[in-house]
Design a protein around this ligand. Sequence first.
Ligand code: HEM
Length: 246
Amino acid sequence: MSEPELNYGSYLALDELLSLQRPRSEPEHPDELLFIVVHQASELWFKLILHELAGLDVRLERNDTLGALIAVKRVNALVRIVTAQLSALETLPPQHFAQFRGYLGTSSGSQSEQFRAIEAASGLRDPHFLQVLSDHGPIPELVQKALDRPPLQARFNRLLETHAVTLEQIYAEETQRPLQMLAEGLLEYEQGFAMWRFLHVQLVERIIGPGTGGTGGTLGSRYLQRTVSQRFFPDLWAVRGKFFKG
Ligand code: HEM
């Protein structure tokens, strides 16, 4: 028997994909599908962001400035999309979430391996981040793989060394515009990611209120507030100050 011809549904595995939204509430709460779809879609975008970050990393490693700039522009577009999705959950009223939250068990966004892998791939290495990682049990392979690569800031600094320029020079000298554009693209990534964190914590407080822990019963919104100021590219922020010293 010959294979059925590939079509839209089979190419995209839609039968499988559309059977993966499985509300747990009984009777099914009409808002639980929204909650599941936004989370699943976010995880799909996280998957793509991780993939594109790996591409960015390779281009930086190969000293391909233009390729890295193209890659970072795509990553930034994806971060904007995943951030915009949070607004769908702003339509979830607190009393509705309270009606099905009990069915989520101990699940919490802080258990998202892909989110931690994105943070690790981007360069988070501070003791607090590593503590949060180990608090969630053994480090998942995906996260470990990202931790084993140099932070993006280190890759970028290496690129500058190859070009025999400093970070200050790429901002000061007109001839260094391509590297400056890349630096600005990375900074935009940082800001975009911080925007996700900010809107997520606003969403959390809007739905479950400040000072309430997650379903995992652990971190809560005060912890999330602190993460908004975490930085992937400390040098890119610090260099600004150099132009304002007397
Ligand atoms: C009803 C909407 C939401 C609520 C009430 C909520 C609640 C929370 C809370 C309370 C935390 C802190 C961890 C904890 O205490 O367990 C958290 C963390 C997290 N959530 Fe959400 N969340 C919502 C939507 C989302 C969505 C749509 C995503 C997308 C995947 C997401 C991903 C995450 C991630 C990745 C973390 C860890 C953040 C970090 O450690 O910096 N959340 N969430």
